[in-house]
Write a protein that binds this ligand. Sequence first.
Ligand SMILES: *[C@@H]1O[C@H](CO)[C@@H](O)[C@H](O)[C@H]1NC(C)=O
Ligand SMILES: [Ca+2]
Length: 451
Amino acid sequence: MTARPCSMKWLMLAALVAAGRAEPLQYFKEQFEDGDEWQKRWIESKHKSDFGKFQLSAGNFYGDEEKDKGLQTSQDARYYALSARFEPFCNEDQTLVIQFTVKHQQNIDCGGGYVKLFPSDLNQEDMHGDSTYYIMFGPDICGSGMKKVHVIFNYKEKNHLIKKDIRCKDDEYSHLYTLIVRPDNTYEVKIDNQKVESGSLEEDWDMLPPKKIKDPDAKQPDDWDEREKIDDPEDKKPEDWEDAELIPDPEAKKPDDWDDEMDGEWESPMIVNSNYKGEWKPTVIDNPNFKGPWIHPEIDNPEYIAEANVYRFDNIGVIGLDLWQVKSGTVFDNFLITNDEQFAEEFGNETWGVTKDGEQKMKEKQDEDEKKKQEAEEKKTKTKEKDEKNEDETTEQEKEEGKEEEHEEGADEEEHEEGADEEEHEEGADEEHTYEEAGEEGDESTLKDEL
Ligand SMILES: *[C@@H]1O[C@H](CO)[C@@H](O)[C@H](O)[C@H]1NC(C)=O
Ligand SMILES: [Ca+2]
């Protein structure tokens, strides 16, 4: 496959002009509608021997059993590393749109739902968490503390996280995630075809040094008065201000038999001062010298270099899912990389937009059925308990008749209980494991050594 560097963009544009109108460029599109064929397009990394397996599935509920088939994570507590290649392109002077759907049908507790765009020289068979990528985009959930949409750009060999907090969806339904990066260095993030964030690459990431900095030569003058109010310097404490709470009792007299040598120096006992006025405080007045808070003057940052091409990536050639998931079951579908915002929105409407309502209906029906089943189950258990109570009363009589029989019954029960115990224990252990794994990754993110 030949790389298409930015220097060759005019060829592409010439072709577009010749065609008369700008057809949307579809750099990559994947809907998994041809059975097992996706396995030829998507390559699993061999960097680790135990990466989790993706399977083709629409999940437990869907709007369309065939159309909603996508890549589903199928093993708990695993890393996943799968990627697909396309004709390399450079997005110079072009809008870049990355879009896909994510369905965390398992009610995800901790796991990634994002994609990465890689340069075309990525070795897919060795793709892993540290492989250099251009853009990472999509939802990430871990515990209640991490529910965000990542937008990370690699700029001059460093990964830069978006400084804004974009909350992701955390329910069990399919959601459409769209990142738009424009050649004027602006961006937009959409969820379900609705704008949730937008701005400029320069302001919302730290890729470039700031345009302005605080003037290092400017200093707050020593006599700069930041006090809005001051004590009135004219106000003086009156001579007769009584500020002693206790005073020696003027009535008290030294006892006649007081022996200074034996008893120490005599001191009058203290009594409450009836003229006590409390602590004296001067009146507070407006400070005539108040200048307001000092504002550090800013200057142009000498380190700042205007960079018109922050948005630009050369030889974009691979899209990958490089994830960690505690509880599996997420379905990825409807991948699209294009240069056309409008087309991406349409594609979103025609895929996610068409099946989302059916998906929700099916899920709600399942939940309803499950609820009914549980209620029936509870009812049955209650009836059974009643019956058993009645039986117990009968058993009391039987006891009198034969002790051996009772013994056997007892043993049976014990065995049963033990079994239940074990099951419970295993479940507990599982949870612990999950927790540990999640902890290892940090409650902060499912990202590994990205940052
Ligand atoms: C997508 O669907 C929404 C909601 O029906 C509609 O408002 C919007 O115009 C559609 N977009 C395109 C590009 O067709
Ligand atoms: Ca599909």
